[in-house]
Design a protein around this ligand. Structure first.
Ligand code: NAP
Length: 312
C-alpha cells in the first residue's frame, strides 16, 4: 500500500542523485568558513571544528554544528574536509593523537582542500590507506570570492573512485572540478597556479607604479588593460586593491610565501629551472620581511612601490 505522504518527501527527479552526507569540516578560516556553509546549504550535515572556537559561529548560525575537538567532529563523519594553512597543520590534524586517522571510521573519505607540499599529500594519502581510510588532495583556486560564491576551481589528486565519491561535495563548493592525477597531483597543479598568480601580481604592481610615474589616469588605464590581452582575473580582483591601498586579506602574503617555497622545492625535485618564480619568490619574501605578511598578496605592490622610493 502506498502512503501518499511519503511522496512529499521524495526528492524531485532532477535531484535524485543528491545524498545527504555527514561531514566534519576542520579549519574554518577565510576559505573554510564559506565552504562549510555551502555544504550545509547543499543539504549536508556539517560539524565544524576550528582552533579558535569563535570561528565556528557563522557555521552554527547557518545550520551546522560546532565541535570542541577534531575527534568530536570526526567520529561520526562519512567525509572529513580539511582547510588548514600549511603542511605541518594538515599532518598534525591527520596523524596527531586524537586526530583524523585515529578517530575516523574505516572507509571515511578525507578531502584535503588545503594547499600543502605534494610529497606530504602523497605520504598522508598512503598512511590513510594503511588505516582503511580514503584521501584525496583537492586544493582550490579562486580566492575568498570564489569560496563565498561556490565558484572555486578545484584540482583533485587521488584514486578515480575516491574522486568520484568526493565529487558531489566538490561540486557544492566549486565550479571547475578536475581530476588531474594520482595523490599529490592536485598539489602539483596548485603550485603551478600559485606561481602564475604571484607572477601576475608582481607584473601588475610594476605596471601600476610605471603608470603612476607617468601621471597616467590609473582607473582608466586599468579599465582598458582589463579588456585586452593584459586582462586577467588577477587584474580584475587585485588592481582596485593596489589603487586604493586597501590590503585586507583575501589571501595572506604569509600563505603565498609558503606556496612559493612549495614551488621552489617541487621545481628543484623535478630538476626544472624557474627563474621568474625565483625572482617573484624574493619579492614575496621581501613583502613579508617588511612586516606585511598578514596583508593580502596584492600588498606585494607595497614592496614594488618601496623599490621605487615610496616611504613605507
Ligand atoms: P586562514 O584564514 O588562516 O584559515 C585557516 C584556519 O585553520 C584558521 O581558522 C585556523 O584557526 C585553522 N587552524 C589552524 N590549525 C588548526 C588546527 N590544528 N585545528 C583546527 N583549526 C586549525 O587561511 P585560509 O586563507 O582560509 O587558507 C587555508 C588554506 O587554503 C591554505 O592552505 C591556503 O594556502 C589555501 N588557499 C587560500 C586562499 C585564499 O584566498 N585565502 C585561496 C586558495 C587556497 P585560527 O583561527 O586559530 O588561526
Amino acid at each position: 500500500m502506498s502512503h501518499p505522504a511519503h511522496h512529499l518527501h521524495d526528492p524531485p527527479r532532477h535531484s535524485r542523485r543528491h545524498v545527504m552526507t555527514t561531514v566534519a569540516f576542520v579549519g574554518l578560516g577565510i576559505m573554510g568558513d564559506p565552504m562549510a556553509r555551502h555544504l550545509v546549504a547543499a543539504g549536508h550535515e556539517v560539524t565544524g571544528h576550528n582552533r579558535s572556537p569563535e570561528k565556528t559561529r557563522p557555521l552554527v548560525d547557518a545550520g551546522g554544528r560546532a565541535a570542541a575537538t577534531v575527534a568530536e567532529a570526526v567520529e561520526k563523519a562519512e567525509v572529513v574536509a580539511l582547510m588548514l594553512p600549511d603542511s605541518p597543520d594538515v599532518a598534525d590534524v591527520c596523524t596527531g593523537a586524537g586526530g583524523v586517522f585515529d578517530t575516523a571510521q574505516p572507509g571515511t573519505l578525507v578531502i584535503d582542500f588545503s594547499t600543502i607540499r605534494p610529497d606530504v599529500a602523497r605520504e598522508l594519502a598512503g598512511r590513510a590507506r594503511e588505516r582503511g581510510l580514503r584521501m584525496v588532495d583537492a586544493p582550490v583556486s579562486g580566492g575568498q570570492a570564489g569560496a563565498e560564491n561556490a565558484a572555486l576551481s578545484i584540482m583533485v589528486g587521488g584514486a578515480a573512485d575516491d574522486v568520484e565519491a568526493a565529487r558531489p561535495l566538490l561540486d557544492a563548493v566549486g565550479r571547475t572540478v578536475v581530476h588531474v592525477g594520482p595523490s599529490g597531483a592536485g598539489q602539483t597543479v596548485k603550485a603551478a597556479n600559485q606561481l602564475i598568480v604571484a607572477g601576475n601580481i608582481a607584473l601588475l604592481a610594476e605596471a601600476v607604479e610605471f603608470l603612476r610615474a607617468h601621471g597616467a589616469d590609473l582607473e582608466a588605464a586599468v579599465e582598458v588593460l582589463g579588456g585586452g590581452l593584459a586582462g586577467s582575473k588577477v587584474l580584475d580582483q587585485k588592481a582596485a586593491k593596489m589603487l586604493s591601498g586597501d590590503y585586507a586579506p583575501g589571501f595572506r602574503i604569509d600563505l603565498h610565501h609558503k606556496d612559493m617555497g612549495i614551488v621552489a622545492e617541487s621545481a628543484r625535485e623535478a630538476g626544472v629551472v624557474t627563474p621568474v618564480a625565483a625572482l617573484v619568490a624574493q619579492l614575496v619574501a621581501a613583502t613579508r620581511a617588511a612586516g606585511d605578511g598578514a596583508l593580502d598578496h596584492s600588498a606585494l605592490h607595497r614592496t614594488v612601490a618601496r623599490l621605487n622610493g615610496a616611504a613605507s
